[in-house]
Ligand binder design. Structure first.
Ligand code: SF4
Ligand code: SF4
Length: 258
């Protein structure tokens, strides 16, 4: 997440502006088919984790343990999750089969958007802007196909609206971690573990909300409480809000201290 001047943003290489089109079609007839599902660093957003664990029918904790590695990049203050690839010569994606992606319905946002990438920037006035870059690997033949797409048509084609919206919300929270919130206890302390759970692990975070003294200390509306019991996406949004309130002291309309 970066803050850029409007003119730098305007001229970023590969950027597809609103209303502009790009050519792309991916299909099994191309010799590059599935090549991009190998040798890649696939970072997973919290919402990617949520959708994949739902699709696989396992808990978020099981998914995180079995399928990911956490990485704290230098200069960053919050860990990211990488999908753990197969231990073969091409570091093949664990979800790739001869028939294609076995997780297709639940595939991560990066796979939906590829060969483009999203960015979320805050301009000098603090205004948020979602931008799209075309960044195909050199072997991608799909970009020479006839089909013309706008960024909006591509998002719709890939059913990426909900992923994009949730990742945008997460991007706003992640931007807060530009500042180190951990103080002396560092990024492996208790507060960091809680924040990781609030971001990535909706199942454990739900247990924390309903099985600890949280509801004695914080007031939330009863209809939201009901929703949090059964709706993973609502739970994840609540987790993001919890991070804003308890880690960064921001005001909230949703969570009130008693
Ligand atoms: S999740 Fe599916 S689309 Fe994404 S890299 Fe893996 S196999 Fe390819
Ligand atoms: S390299 Fe491009 S065209 Fe080939 S499979 Fe990947 S996205 Fe599709």
């Amino acid at each position: 997440m970066k803050q850029l001047d409007a003119d730098i943003l305007e001229n970023l290489p590969g950027r597809i502006k609103k209303g502009e089109t790009f050519r792309f079609r991916c299909h099994a007839g191309l010799s590059c088919y599935n090549r991009c599902c190998r040798n890649l660093n696939l970072f997973l957003s919290p919402y990617d984790v949520l959708r994949l664990k739902q699709g696989l029918g396992i808990s978020a904790g099981e998914f995180i343990d079995q399928y990911t590695d956490a990485l704290l990049r230098e200069g960053k203050h919050f860990p990211e999750l990488l999908l753990r690839m197969k231990d073969d010569a091409e570091a093949t994606c664990v979800f790739l089969s001869d028939a294609g992606c076995t997780a297709y319905e639940h595939r991560p946002d990066t796979c939906r958007t590829f060969p483009a990438e999203h960015g979320l920037f805050f301009n000098a006035e603090g205004k948020k802007e979602r931008i799209l870059f075309l960044r195909p690997p050199t072997f991608c033949e799909g970009i020479h196909e006839e089909r013309e797409l706008t960024p909006e048509a591509w998002q719709k084609d890939q059913h990426a609206e909900q992923h994009n919206a949730m990742n945008e919300l997460w991007g706003e929270v992640e931007a807060l971690f530009e500042n180190n919130p951990w103080g002396a206890e560092g990024p492996s302390g208790q507060r960091a573990k809680m924040a990781f759970m609030a971001a990535y692990n909706v199942d454990d975070f739900r247990s924390f909300i309903f099985e600890s003294s949280f509801l004695k200390r914080c007031k939330i509306k009863s209809d939201l409480k009901m929703k949090l019991k059964r709706d993973d996406t609502a739970m994840m949004k609540f987790g993001f809000e919890w991070i804003r309130v308890f880690l960064f002291g921001l005001p909230s309309k949703t969570i009130k201290m008693k």
